[in-house]
Ligand binder design. Structure first.
Ligand code: CUA
Length: 347
């Protein structure tokens, strides 16, 4: 085998390998969508079920139209290659019927049917609810790069982890403090954009208790991919307890180290960017930390909320989430440890 021949022989094989690789990648990517953590196929509310059903009807419609086109292509190819007679030659009447049926009639009927289903049936039922048909309102503010949640009528403000009562129609009002974001929890409903200067609304409803992952779905800058959220749907009594605690000022401190951490927090730049209700910290750049110790994650689900991870985050925020607004403050290890003890205490 000469070196000259090799590329020519390998080319078809290489193409097959590339094709198989692309297919495998697609399968793996799609498999990632179905793990239940953030999936449109693991639905937990009526709107998300309607969306899932519409998706499968669209797949079916696309399969029919695509299958018809491929079948026509195959017929023309085989007839032409066997007899040498072009499809549009002597057999024109049959060919014209097939082309009109699969190329025009079926696609128009399919698209018209899907358009009607999407706009009349699904869009209407997933649209913003009439506020009078809902039991509570929650305000969402998208920020680069975290989510702020407010519960009107209470002082509760939290970040990235949204608690809601199950089987309750919630009027979710979505806004932004900077650029366009998009709030999306696929298991509960469709996306809703956060547009500067505008309040958009959507229905949030969970059939059953559980945690539902969400993600900003509009590119909003460097850390767009790390702008995640989690919805905790809880039975009403449990949610009420959570809301009561969340609305209350920061708890009393139990240890001397936590008290020292509070003093460092208040004297450093922390207090000018974060709010801790019940203290002099009233910054509005970063998330409200009044009950940060009660959250499971930090930095919009980027890291778990453990003492070790929080210390890493405070020591070098840009290493964890490059481009975010939190500066490294050059604290001593002791100061960092004290701040972590303080913040972990804020449950
Ligand atoms: Cu916020 Cu993407």
């Amino acid at each position: 085998m000469t070196a000259r021949r090799l590329p020519g022989r390998l080319r078809p094989a290489a193409r097959r390998v590339l094709g198989a690789g692309a297919l495998l990648l697609a399968v793996l990517l799609l498999a990632g969508c179905g793990d239940g953590a953030q999936s449109s196929f693991d639905t937990n509310s009526e709107p998300s079920r309607l969306i899932e059903r519409l998706f499968w009807w669209m797949v079916l419609g696309a399969a029919v139209v695509f299958g018809g086109a491929v079948a026509l292509l195959a017929i023309s190819w085989f007839r032409r290659s066997r007899s040498g007679i072009p499809l549009f030659g002597e057999r024109e009447p049959v060919a014209t019927t097939a082309v009109v049926t699969f190329g025009i009639v079926i696609p128009i009927l399919t698209l018209a049917g899907l358009f009607t289903a999407a706009n009349v049936l699904v869009m209407r039922k997933t649209n913003a609810p009439a506020p009078s048909s809902t039991s509570m309102t929650i305000e969402v503010v998208g920020r680069q790069w975290f989510w702020e949640f407010r519960y009107p009528g209470t002082d509760a403000v939290t970040a990235n982890e949204l608690h809601i009562p199950t089987q309750t129609r919630i009027n979710l009002v979505v806004q932004t403090a900077d650029v366009i974001h998009s709030f999306w929890v696929p298991q509960l409903n469709r996306k809703i954009d956060a547009i500067p200067g505008k309040s958009n609304r959507i229905l949030l409803y969970a059939d059953a208790p559980g945690t539902y992952r969400g993600q900003c779905s509009e590119f909003c800058g460097l850390q767009h991919a790390h702008m995640s959220l989690r919805v905790y749907a809880e039975p009403k009594a449990q949610f009420d307890g959570w809301l009561r605690n969340e609305a209350s000022p920061a708890p009393e401190l139990a240890s001397a180290e936590a008290a020292r951490g509070r003093d460092v927090f208040m004297s450093e730049a922390c207090a000018s960017c974060h709010t801790i209700r019940g203290t002099e910290a009233r910054g509005e750049v970063g998330p409200d930390l009044t009950h940060v110790g009660g959250r499971q994650t930090l930095a919009a689900l980027t890291i778990p909320n453990t003492a070790a991870d929080m210390a890493k985050w405070i020591t070098n925020p840009q290493a964890v989430k490059p481009g975010n607004k939190m500066p490294g403050l050059r604290l001593t290890p002791d100061e960092t440890k004290a701040i972590v003890a303080y913040l972990q205490r804020l449950e």
